[in-house]
Design a protein around this ligand. Structure first.
Ligand code: RTP
Ligand code: MG
Length: 149
């Protein structure tokens, strides 16, 4: 079933020049498509809504500070089982526990600075897409066959 998810490339991913690498992995999956994309430094109010479930946890304040420390890329990705699928590409929260081949497993070492956020359920996706609402271009996506040399 085709669905939409919210993906954030966190400030560490942007600082380290990994926007292209991570986006490539997502975009390469058959029939998944980036429907909206925006680079911006997330403000406190957006982050409070986004991470409301973690208020009061010991990692909450450092997480908020990290997430506001520089620009993130917010994107809407659409496709078959994309919610579960991007979580699988990302790997578990702790990058040391994440298998090589996953985004966190290949590029991360620190739990907080784990490169990517992806909605964890249909309910989260619906909620988070409303918070970020990057402008979506709903024109049908035409994939052109490259006619290279
Ligand atoms: P996310 O929400 O960012 O997609 O990540 P997640 O579902 O894998 O992890 P979650 O438990 O929702 O935690 C949100 C983010 O908080 C940071 N974190 N730090 N013990 C810690 O220092 C700790 N635990 C979590 C991570 O950046 C995590 O992605
Ligand atoms: Mg989460």
């Amino acid at each position: 079933m085709s669905e939409r998810t919210l993906v954030l490339l966190k400030p560490d991913a942007v600082r380290r020049g990994l926007i292209g690498e991570i986006t490539r992995r997502i975009e390469s999956k058959a029939d998944w498509a980036v429907k909206a994309m925006e680079l911006r430094t997330l403000d406190r109010s957006t982050l409070e809504q986004h991470y409301a479930e973690h208020v009061g946890k010991p990692f909450y304040e450092p997480l908020m500070e990290f997430m506001a420390s520089g620009p993130s890329v917010a994107m809407v990705v659409e496709g078959e089982r994309v919610i579960e699928g991007v979580r699988a590409l990302a790997g578990p929260t702790d990058p040391i526990a994440a298998a090589p081949g996953s985004i966190r497993g290949d590029f991360g070492t620190v739990v907080r600075e784990n490169l990517i956020h992806a909605s964890d359920s249909a309910e989260s996706a619906e909620r988070e897409l409303k918070i970020f609402s990057p402008t979506s271009d709903d024109a049908p996506l035409t994939r052109h066959q490259s006619s290279g040399p």
